[in-house]
Design a protein around this ligand. Structure first.
Ligand code: CO8
Length: 260
């Protein structure tokens, strides 16, 4: 697929997907969802890709939400399709067996906050602004904001953002657990890549199992969730990397992981 709305590059086992509609502050239209979906499938299928970074082009916005120009005249069935498409792609991203980091370089409003929350982590620049402003244009969040946001920051704070439609800055996002780390804008990509390289160096099957246990155990009872953890952990013992990791530890050397 030819990309017109995103940039896609791979270096050192790290895929970087850059939302690239700067004139619309990287707002998400249908074509951008299709391209993101295609790029994420490449990330899943290419064993050489070990970690994924999502960011926005320019220094003003990560993603300023859904493309309001595209959706302003949507009939309900079109709105439903547009929402379902976003959910499908974000769930794919969230459950991808490879780690993802949102490098949030400016506005992450509405769909922008929602995309960042489907990533495993959010590293953000000091100029980042998060919010769910849909209420200001007669909507509510439609790509996970009413669900992932309370899970990440708690019900009261989520309601404050969703019902009040306000924005929070990077520091506040960090304080309430929405942002993992905050960096000056000119250091954001370098620092994000540094951590992505760390993730990429980990034994891939263990990374996959850790994500699986956290993602799918979260909504289970503690009994079922801990059982899931046991099963995921036990599966790691079937890998060559587990044997190598423990052997290397005992031999006091760096492990040589092969991803199996
Ligand atoms: N959609 C389309 N175009 C946009 C969007 C957007 N979300 N955001 C910005 N743009 C465009 C502007 O129209 C403007 O275009 P032009 O230069 O042609 O006039 C250009 O980007 C620059 O924007 P501004 O001039 O407004 O820049 P400012 O620095 O003054 O303001 C803001 C930046 C604060 C980010 C402002 O642009 C803004 O408020 N944008 C909209 C933010 C928003 O409301 N996002 C939520 C959208 S709704 C959503 O995400 C719901 C998702 C799920 C529902 C799906 C339902 C079907």
């Amino acid at each position: 697929m030819e990309y017109k709305n995103i940039l896609f590059g791979v270096e050192d086992g790290i895929a970087t997907i850059t939302f690239n509609r700067p004139k619309a502050l990287n707002a998400m239209n249908s074509a951008t969802w299709d391209e993101l979906d295609d790029a994420l499938r490449k990330c899943r299928d290419d064993d050489g890709i070990k970690a994924i970074i999502l960011t926005g082009s320019g220094d003003k916005a990560f993603v300023a939400g859904a493309d309001i120009a595209e959706m302003q005249n949507h009939e309900p069935y079109m709105a439903l399709k547009f929402m379902e498409r976003g959910h499908e792609v974000l769930r794919f991203l969230e459950t991808l067996p490879k780690p993802s980091i949102a490098a949030v370089n400016g506005f992450a409003l509405g769909g922008g906050t929602e995309i960042s929350m489907a990533c495993d982590m959010r590293f953000v620049a000091e100029n980042a602004k998060f919010g769910q402003p849909e209420i200001l244009i007669g909507l509510i969040p439609g790509w996970g904001g009413t669900q992932r946001l309370p899970r990440l920051i708690g019900m009261g704070r989520a309601k404050e953002l969703v019902l009040g439609g306000g924005q929070i800055d990077a520091q506040r996002a960090y304080e309430i657990g929405l942002a993992n780390r905050v960096y000056p804008l000119d250091q954001l990509m370098e620092e994000t890549r540094k951590f992505a390289r760390r993730l990429a160096s980990m034994p891939a099957f263990a990374v996959k199992m850790a994500k699986h246990a956290i993602n799918f155990g979260y909504d289970l009872s503690l009994d079922n969730a801990t059982r899931l953890e046991v099963e995921c952990c036990a599966q790691c013992f079937s890998t060559r990397d587990q044997k190598e990791g423990m052997k290397a530890f005992l031999e006091k050397r760096k492990p040589n992981y092969i991803g199996r």
